[in-house]
Design a protein around this ligand. Structure first.
Ligand code: AMP
Ligand code: ZN
Length: 123
């Protein structure tokens, strides 16, 4: 897709800090992190929003969501329970869709935020 910044990142036409890549997906650090760990997980193939997804995207969406806890663990943000069942760690996943959903970049992306709080206010 011409003029899509995340397509350009996926095509390595503009630089980013890539933390994961496979045939379908790419993950890179958000340029303006709102938490100690803030990654963006995207399909390499252009899809503008979650509203553009249909049944043909179900596998891709599953892979995208599955990647989040994997990267969370890699970046030290996995949820863990102590012997008394008290949880610690953790991360947040977010997909903004459309103007009312706060989407700024129209290439589907899953935010993964993690790390010790406090995080930036709106998150
Ligand atoms: P959203 O509001 O959900 O569309 O989020 C877009 C996100 O993309 C924001 O958190 C931006 O900081 C991030 N972003 C924009 N341009 C870049 C870039 N070139 N590299 C990494 N992250 C970016
Ligand atoms: Zn794109």
């Amino acid at each position: 897709m011409d003029n899509c910044i995340f397509c350009k990142i996926a095509a390595k036409q503009i630089p980013s800090t890539i933390v994961y890549e496979d045939d379908d997906l790419l993950a890179f650090k958000d340029i303006n992190p709102a938490a100690p760990v803030h990654l963006l997980l995207i399909p390499k193939r252009h899809v503008a929003t979650l509203s553009d997804c249909d049944d043909s995207h179900v596998d891709l969406l599953g892979k995208l969501l599955r990647l989040a806890p994997r990267l969370a663990a890699e970046f030290g943000c996995a949820v863990s329970m102590d012997a008394d069942g008290v949880p610690s760690g953790g991360f947040k996943t977010l997909i903004n869709s459309g103007p009312d959903g706060g989407q700024e970049v129209y290439h589907l992306h899953l935010h993964m935020y993690g790390g010790p709080r406090p995080w930036r206010n709106q998150h």
